[in-house]
Design a protein around this ligand. Sequence first.
Ligand SMILES: [Zn+2]
Ligand SMILES: [Zn+2]
Length: 355
Amino acid sequence: MTLTGENPSFVLQKVNEVSFEERPIPALYSPKDVRIEIKQTGICGSDVHYYTHGAIGSFIVKSPMVLGHESAGVVAEVGSGVTSLKVGDRVALEPGIPCRYCDHCKAGQYNLCADMKFAATPPYDGTLCRYYVLPEDFCVKLPDTVSLEEGALVEPLSVAVHVSKLAKITPGSSVVVFGAGPVGLLCCAVAKAFGATTVTAVDLVQTRLDLAKEVAATHFFVPTKGDSAAESAAKIKALLAGKAPQFAIDASGAAASVNTAIHVLAQGGTYVQAGMGAPEITFPITEFTVKELTAHGSFRYGPGDYQLAVELVSSGMVDVKKLITHRVKFEEAEEAFKLVVKGQGVKILIGGPSV
Ligand SMILES: [Zn+2]
Ligand SMILES: [Zn+2]
């Protein structure tokens, strides 16, 4: 199909039903807003979950919603009060606008704002369209050396940056990452950039571990079906010459991973939950207690995370390009979503609507 309108948009109509729609070009709401012409968008697990299930927890799709939130583009118009950007600048879009007034916002934890307007989280439209409006301070300018494709990957990379900051990963440390999907792979890369010298990737799929090796991981583990969490943990420790890691990150959401992480951690270690899976699981709380572990939830990203993610890419410390397995045109967005549903590819990028 060809898209001729001024603001073609890729819309989730209802579960398993998407279509292209012509939407009005969004207006600048404040003098601080900029309008961005979207050039590259990555498909995220959450987009696909809305597509196949129509909801994530209490976020329920009740009316048609534009999908997509991992985007980079070019500034097409700036409001009268914009000072940091000009038309033609290439930017990564931080796609969630907090209220700026609540206690969390004032405390510098705006990702916890209850009034967050986040792209492609109902009822707010996402970025798979030609034009999207954001305040200037939620657009991070890309250096000349960073491509728009890399710019789209700044969103999941910022998730990994937030995780590593919460974990307080230290130089020379050992980190184990469960799940080698896009966020897990990026957690491996950021942990290394933060100074971890031993990074162990755990996944059931060997090809994902091969990619983890290319990205950053130093050790790899495929759990054996039927092993208990304690047995898997013992095998990981053996792989690490008996040295338990100080940090564990779960980017899988699988109960077995969470349990293995608690069993494998060293005394006084830190655990961070980055992935979402079953909403409730059993948890080895005795092991957790006697090791005096620290556990952290991690949600999206906060102040400085996007900026640091761009720095990690531009400095060459993290190569996000290695995650890109497919590139499709905007017109092929539905086919791209179906590929992700089938579990194919690592990161699929949608170009356009107007590349
Ligand atoms: Zn995402
Ligand atoms: Zn707020």
